[in-house]
Design a protein around this ligand. Structure first.
Ligand SMILES: [Zn+2]
Length: 329
């Protein structure tokens, strides 16, 4: 008999009917009306270990936030639907959920928190970073350095606790000088639209309690053993990635080079309204995607699907993201 799609399906559907008497004979008892446990509706704790030579990195999930379509420069619904289908994601009309990640980097001598998620007051689906930090076996007082890719609200959220106090008692804040200066420029604040001023004030408030214990750097520098700053300007003037090297292995944590994986690997020219200099951000993104794909670099990002580790492959005139395989701790 020729197997057509229909006869194959008919055959497949027949199997459970044949198997049913055997299950009853095996003594599983009568069919139950409900499962023994309710649906959980909660995810598992959001942490994951990744190793670069002798350096251990723990990805922490802060949560996710919906990014409205109109916040994406270049957005086109038909192209977005195609890109979403191509990357096996669910299309949501009007917005795309984007994850927010932070990373703990343990060099053996330093315990660094790189970015700290967003405040729950901005979105109720954010603000989970400290809970996941604890689930991963750390206490906030263990962190000796809080390091930043840039100062946007979805990256500084855990700096203060619920009472507005400094959450990382023992930590020194480390950032690019250009980023500190940009966030504290009254010229920038005065020129910003009213809706963005609250955003700037929120950032200033969150970093203020670390102002007396901060270290700033400029350009490309080895800041800690195995960790080098990589300027990636455009999204903000001081936007910085960090290259981690140990024992011949490497990883670049590139901050916000990509905000919407679903759309921007397929359309690298699409930006977001939060880009301070959209054309420079697009140039930086193009350069990084090209380099990452050509060099088969391991990369991670704050808005790449948790835990955010992976690779970039060339796909026609654009790119696609390949998540890194699971690895033992
Ligand atoms: Zn961000």
């Amino acid at each position: 008999m020729k197997t057509t799609k229909r006869t194959f399906l008919k055959g497949a559907l027949a199997v459970p009917a044949l198997a049913a008497p055997a299950i009853i004979l095996a003594g599983t008892g009568p069919a139950r009306a409900a499962a023994h446990a309710p649906m959980s509706a909660a995810q598992v704790p959001g942490y994951y270990r990744y190793r670069v030579g002798k350096i251990e990195i723990t990805a922490l999930l802060d949560g996710y936030m919906p990014l409205p379509d109109e916040f994406v420069f270049g957005y086109d619904e038909q192209a977005a639907r195609a890109a979403t289908a191509q990357s096996y994601r669910r299309f949501t009309p009007g917005y795309t959920n984007i994850p927010v990640n932070g990373y703990v980097i343990n060099t053996g001598s330093k315990l660094i928190l790189l970015d700290s998620g967003g405040p729950a007051m901005a979105f109720e689906t954010l603000g989970g970073l400290v809970e996941n930090l604890r689930a991963a076996g750390f206490d906030p007082s263990d962190i000796d350095t809080v390091l930043f890719t840039h100062f946007h609200p979805d990256h500084i959220g855990a700096l203060l606790d619920d009472k507005g106090n400094r959450a990382f008692d023992a930590a020194t804040l480390v950032c690019a000088e250009a980023e500190w200066d940009f966030a504290h420029s009254d010229e920038v604040r005065n020129a910003a639209p009213e809706s963005f001023r609250g955003f700037i004030d929120l950032v200033r408030n969150f970093v203020a309690s670390y102002a007396d214990r901060r270290e700033m750097f400029d350009g490309e520098k080895e800041l800690f053993s195995g960790i080098t700053s990589v300027p990636l300007p455009g999204h903000t003037p001081g936007h910085t990635g960090y290259a981690i090297h140990s024992d011949g292995e490497s990883l670049l944590i590139w901050g916000d080079v990509i905000h919407v994986s679903t759309l921007q690997f397929a359309h690298p020219d699409w930006g977001v309204v939060f880009d301070t200099d959209p054309s420079m951000a697009a140039q930086t993104r193009g350069r990084m995607l090209d380099r990452a794909s050509a060099d088969r670099m391991a990369v991670a990002g704050m808005h790449i699907d948790f835990p955010g580790f992976g690779y970039v492959e060339k796909a026609g005139n654009a790119y696609r993201h390949v998540p890194a395989p699971w690895m033992p701790a």
